[in-house]
Design a protein around this ligand. Structure first.
Ligand SMILES: CC(C)(COP(=O)(O)OP(=O)(O)OC[C@H]1O[C@@H](n2cnc3c(N)ncnc32)[C@H](O)[C@@H]1OP(=O)(O)O)[C@@H](O)C(=O)NCCC(=O)NCCS
Length: 189
């Protein structure tokens, strides 16, 4: 349930040194490991509700039904994203995605999402789904920019009673277009 706890507070789209490093590609997106737990909990500490617990993170690092990835800059965890999938289902679920407040607006959220989609495709998933707070403008913009479309709503989905949008994106390649040869370029015999 991505966005289960997040308000729509706009990310400050500033440019710190570390942020510029993120832009220039020094940030590595990798699978989370047990050693990332303190940093992940620190990220979660910035949210007011529905936080992922140490136990949940520990479970997702090892679980075969989820993929937990982090954005790492020289060992510092700047963000994470979590994908869920169910046995026998072709639908993946972006359960959570978060970037450290000082690092927002620098492309990390988009990179994490892109990587989750790549992982999902490799696993044969055909569709991604997620929920996002209806008042979370930055997250909604991120998803819509990446091709997610609203297909439903979940009223009072969050702890504080806020409503969620349900979004989905197909992971299948677009159908190959039939290449038409212009009539005049076809030689007549
Ligand atoms: C949502 C979140 C993950 C986005 O991460 P981010 O690294 O700041 O996002 P990016 O820099 O990759 O931005 C990608 C796109 O998201 C949208 N976006 C990001 N911040 C935005 C803002 N403050 N206002 C409007 N759109 C914004 C834009 O479409 C942006 O594309 P652009 O830079 O070409 O305009 C981040 O704001 C965050 O961690 N928020 C708190 C947790 C949260 O709400 N998670 C989402 C749960 S559903």
């Amino acid at each position: 349930m991505a966005g289960r706890r997040f308000s729509g507070r706009g990310a400050k789209r500033g440019r710190t040194t570390a942020a510029r490093s993120a832009r220039t590609g020094l940030v590595r997106v990798r699978r989370a490991a047990a050693r990332d737990l303190p940093a992940l909990l620190e990220l979660e500490g910035g949210f007011s509700g529905d936080r992922l617990s140490a136990r949940q993170f520990t479970h997702h690092v090892a679980a075969t039904s989820s993929d937990l990835i982090v954005a790492d800059l020289a060992g510092a965890v700047l963000g994470y994203a979590l994908l869920f999938r169910r046995r026998g289902s072709r639908i993946g679920r972006v359960y959570s995605i978060a970037v450290a407040p000082a690092m927002r607006g620098q492309g990390l959220g988009a990179r994490l999402l892109l990587r989750l989609e790549a992982i999902a495709r490799l696993q044969g998933l055909e569709e991604m789904r997620l929920e996002v707070r209806q008042d979370n403008a930055p997250a909604l913009a991120l998803y819509q920019q990446r091709g997610y479309v609203i297909f439903g709503a979940r009223p009072a989905y969050y702890e504080d009673g806020a409503d969620a949008w349900r979004l989905a994106k197909s992971l299948l390649p677009p159908r190959r277009r039939v290449r038409r040869i212009p009539a005049r370029s076809v030689k007549k015999r």
